[in-house]
Write a new protein. Structure first.
Length: 332
């Protein structure tokens, strides 16, 4: 494959030499030099922009040299006109090849960007992000729902499994969680080993961000039930997942170093959501949300979704200065 790829420039050089010899030694009365466009097109298959420009200049130089060797410095008859046509043909071909190369590079960049975005955003959000011109990574403050999901007792669950089994389990688990997030218009902020952090409302807000986060949590609960139902007689494959959600203001932007940047959200809302997820173990709950999140559901008109949660009272979570009113998803 490597040798085939490298053969194109060599073939273009051989073709250019043959055209030069025919144009110089034969007495054909047509624009043989125009055939240099074939050499440019063949060489462009593997050459970068600089190489394409060099090919065009080389073909112009060969055309001029052939004219000088054949006609000298006289400019009579049809020969000068044929040479001018050849120069124009070579120049136009080179320009079109460069434009095509630039267009292909831009298309490839869009495809790479789309593939990268698809790792973290739902297809609908990816489509909208590609269409807009405003850089969504610019730092800004927005209100959003932040969701954390994590496997309870992951270390003990995987302690007796082989590395391949652990990786296979994580791939299946994260695919399930990611599908639930994308199905409800959320964005995956990051994967956290045996879980993930998702955001609803960024980078593009809607009037149902809290509702979508709640529906995502319900879907995770249902997927968990289906997962465990497939292994009723194998306790070693039964899992528990904890989900915590909080609603509030977050700061969105790129953080990290020049060598490794990460588009993420930070702030107290993120920290509280993480603490709520961890508190699921204390209350033996699958899904816990805050009072602020319930209020956002009601504000969106999703009273029926809010009624799917039952109060757990106020609790002082680690790292929080005052108690938070928590609600758990009712057992079905």
């Amino acid at each position: 494959m490597f040798h085939q790829a490298r053969s194109h420039p060599f073939l273009a050089i051989v073709l250019a030499i043959c055209i030069f010899l025919v144009d110089t030694l034969s007495s054909l009365h047509f624009t043989v030099a125009s055939l240099y466009v074939a050499a440019i097109l063949i060489g462009a298959h593997d050459l970068e922009c600089t190489g394409i420009i060099f090919s065009g200049i080389s073909c112009v130089a060969l055309t001029a040299l052939s004219y000088l060797l054949t006609h000298g410095i006289t400019f009579v008859g049809a020969a000068p006109l044929r040479s001018i046509v050849s120069f124009a043909t070579i120049a136009i071909t080179t320009a079109l090849v460069l434009k095509n190369r630039s267009a292909n590079a831009s298309l490839a960049e869009v495809k790479r960007e789309r593939r990268n975005l698809a790792r973290f955003f739902s297809p609908e959000i990816v489509k909208r992000l590609v269409q807009i011109d405003v850089p969504f990574s610019a730092a800004r403050r927005e209100k959003a729902a932040v969701l954390f999901a994590d496997v309870v007792g992951f270390t003990a669950f995987t302690s007796e499994k082989t590395p391949d089994e652990v990786i296979g389990f994580l791939r299946e688990l994260l695919a399930m969680l990611g599908e639930a997030v994308f199905a409800h218009g959320g964005s995956i902020d990051k994967f956290l080993g045996d879980g993930l952090m998702a955001v609803f409302g960024l980078p593009l807000a809607s009037d149902r961000d809290a509702t979508n986060a709640a529906l995502c949590a319900m879907r995770i609960r249902d997927c968990l039930a289906q997962w465990n139902a497939r292994h009723p007689n194998d306790p070693g494959k039964l899992i528990r997942i904890a989900v915590g959600i909080h609603w509030g203001e977050v700061v969105q932007g790129d953080i990290g170093t020049d060598k490794r940047l990460e588009f993420t959200v930070v702030g107290d809302t993120v920290n509280i959501a993480s603490r709520v997820e961890a508190y699921c173990r204390t209350l033996n709950a699958t899904v816990l949300v805050t009072g602020d999140f319930i209020q956002s559901l009601i504000a969106e008109g999703s009273v029926d979704v809010a009624n799917a949660f039952t109060t757990e009272g106020e609790h002082l979570l680690r790292g929080c200065r005052k108690p938070l009113h928590l609600y758990s998803l009712k057992v079905r």
